[in-house]
Design a protein around this ligand. Structure first.
Ligand code: SRM
Ligand code: SF4
Length: 577
């Protein structure tokens, strides 16, 4: 077998070698070491022989070729100089290497929005468990304010923050500013682990089994080497999502993550997590996680996450790009083989324990409004931020309120809303009289409060429809016409990638082509029946290709809300059906 010729070969991990000789030896036999030269800075440097084989095979997808030529991790240092040269007028964004500009910058969370705002970038951060401070919110406002209309702060469906309108010349200062405040954008895009999602009420929740925050931070730190960037884990076959639940509410949506960790108490081993794997949405496939039939003790959960990521890196598919998610490896190997590999990579003594049967069922709680914390005398206040979009002034106002009434911290949720924790209960009424709560409501309408929307066509190149503005507009009209007995969760997503998690909503609206009088128009696919809680379900198709214009969509939604969610027309509302 040919030896590697390598100037930076780093694949020397003992655990990997052991795994390669162990029960997965059969796998290795079919993945012979390729004859491949690894140059400094190549994405192949940290790959196992099996992964190199796949990454350099004839059928490897174009992103693998791009990473083989130069790993995205190189950008972690290069971006500072790129930014400085642009700021000093020595080069421009147009002159940057095309692959760096459009792809590799995503390794530091910078997404060029070429179609919508040429020359301007979106910066995706990492906010483990969605916990922020007032200073960080002020900083976000300072960063985007100078960009005018396109300078907005979005809360994402992964409990995360994206800053918009960014000029490359400012990036050096922004990255340094984030670092000072304990934040990073490293490894937040492309073939990396995405933001860590946990219970937004962690540490204050009377119903939680465990505070998810330390685990989320530790897993992020392990993957990103405390935010410096970790070349060993930045060339996965595709994106990877991890989330952790500590209650039956499923606030963290473990059922749609590549790796979901559901807190549970093992009768002998104590606190830990049942592991589920393979949840994903994409244009080609929508899959709910499957049980890995594994319980991981709490003190081994970081090691388990590392091992799963390494197994994915070393054995995951790298051919057809749309089939490179973890679920395809689960299909290929089966959960029993994945269990074995993970145990070997963890150096686990023997078999990993089997999952603990769930005994309790949990309902998804309504998180907005005022609620007592587990700490006596303190409350959390859940606030609706319609479709997660904040202007600089909103961000500053929330920061001020958190400082004045709470402990200066803020939580964000996958529903793109905000929680201010640790407010003395006797201060709550004074707090909610602050002006910001006339636009970001503590008691929002039955649709607005749980309205979720992806970025959509306004900024996203894949958007088939405008989403955020339309979502708010449609919800406002429906709320003005209908009396609804309970909140209805409407999730808008601009295309089948389903970043807005249409399959999670009571009602999902997914951008799709439609025709009207023979002409192509913006349209949506309507999905119904998403459930969250301890027995989650994904929404399924109800109607396809509905034109998105108000006069077509609103009567459809109105009929659905009346027939399936018990709504009734308010007096004076003209019948549109
Ligand atoms: Fe997403 C790609 C936005 C959550 C599935 N997603 C994109 C890109 C990067 C496309 C692009 O290059 O422009 C979008 C950036 C638009 C922009 O300017 O904001 C984008 N995704 C988002 C966000 C911002 C939606 C939002 O408004 O909240 C979410 C950012 C999360 C974060 O903070 O990291 C976001 N994306 C999701 C989710 C939901 C989740 O993770 O729970 C999904 C479905 C779950 C999943 O991944 O299995 C999701 N995004 C995708 C996919 C389909 C993945 C696939 O396997 O095919 C793509 C396309 C891709 O990766 O090639 C995609
Ligand atoms: Fe863009 Fe489509 Fe994701 Fe919406 S769902 S952010 S339109 S990729």
């Amino acid at each position: 077998m040919a030896a590697f010729v390598s100037s930076v070969t780093s694949w020397t991990g003992a655990t990997h070698r052991r795994a390669a000789r162990g029960t997965c030896g059969q796998l290795r036999m079919t993945l012979a070491e390729p004859e491949v030269e690894v140059s400094a800075g190549s994405g192949l440097a940290y790959l196992s022989p099996a992964a190199r084989e796949r990454a350099t095979a004839k059928n490897a997808n174009p992103v693998e070729k791009l990473k083989n030529a130069k790993c995205g991790s190189n950008i972690w240092t290069e971006v500072f100089e790129m930014s400085r040269l642009i700021r000093e007028g020595k080069t421009s964004w147009e002159d940057l290497n095309l692959d760096d500009r459009e792809k590799r910058l995503k390794w530091v969370g910078l997404f060029h929005r070429e179609k919508a705002t040429p020359g301007r970038f979106m910066m995706r951060l990492r906010v483990p468990n969605g916990e922020l401070t007032a200073e960080q919110l002020d900083f976000f406002a300072d960063v985007v304010e100078k960009y005018g209309e396109i300078g907005v702060i979005d809360i994402t469906t992964r409990q995360n923050i994206q800053l918009r309108g960014i000029d490359m010349g400012d990036v050096e200062d922004i990255l340094n500013g984030l670092k000072k405040l304990g934040l990073t954008s490293v490894q937040s895009g492309m073939d990396n682990l995405r933001n860590m999602v946990g219970n937004p009420l962690a540490g204050i929740d009377p119903l939680e089994l465990v505070d998810t925050r330390p685990y989320m931070r530790d897993i992020q730190d392990m993957v990103t080497r405390d935010g410096l960037g970790n070349p060993e884990l930045c060339n996965l076959p595709r994106k990877f999502n991890i989330s952790m639940n500590s209650t039956g509410d499923n606030f963290a949506h473990t059922h749609i993550n590549d790796l979901g960790l559901d807190a549970i108490v093992h009768p002998e081993l104590g606190l830990g997590f049942n592991v589920i794997v393979g949840g994903m949405f994409s244009g080609q496939r929508v899959a709910m996680s499957v049980p890995m039939d594994t319980f991981v003790p709490a003190d081994k959960v970081v090691a388990l996450c590392k091992a799963v990521l390494e197994v994915f890196r070393d054995f995951g598919p790298r051919a057809t790009r749309t089939k490179c998610r973890f679920m395809y490896l689960v299909d290929e190997l089966g959960v029993e083989k994945i269990r074995e590999l993970v145990a070997q990579y963890m150096d686990y003594d023997g078999e990993l324990p089997r999952a603990v049967p769930k005994t309790e069922s949990g309902q998804h709680r309504h998180i907005l409004g005022v609620h007592p914390q587990k700490q006596e005398g303190l409350s959390w206040v859940g606030i609706s931020v319609p479709v997660g979009r904040m202007l600089p002034a909103d961000s500053r106002a929330l920061a001020d309120v958190a400082r004045k009434y709470g402990d200066g911290t803020i939580r964000i949720t996958v529903d793109q809303n905000v929680i201010i924790p640790n407010v003395p209960t006797d201060k709550v009424s004074e707090m909610i009289a602050e002006p910001i709560f006339s636009s970001f409501k503590v008691t929002p309408g039955k649709l607005m409060g749980s309205l979720v929307s992806c970025t959509g066509a306004q900024f996203c190149p894949f958007g088939l429809v405008e989403t955020k503005n339309r979502a708010k507009h449609v919800a406002e009209i429906l709320e003005s016409r209908l009396d609804m007995p309970k909140s209805v969760r409407i999730h808008w997503t601009g295309c089948p990638n389903s970043c807005g998690q249409a399959q999670v909503g009571d009602i999902g609206l997914m951008g799709s082509p439609a025709r009207l009088d023979g002409k192509a128009v913006e349209g949506v696919r309507i999905l119904l029946g998403g459930e969250i809680g301890s027995a989650p379900e994904l929404a399924t198709d109800f109607e396809k290709s509905v034109p998105a214009a108000d006069e077509h969509l609103i009567p459809k939604l109105e009929a659905i809300l009346i027939e399936k969610f018990g709504a009734s027309l308010l007096p004076g509302a003209l019948v549109m059906l």
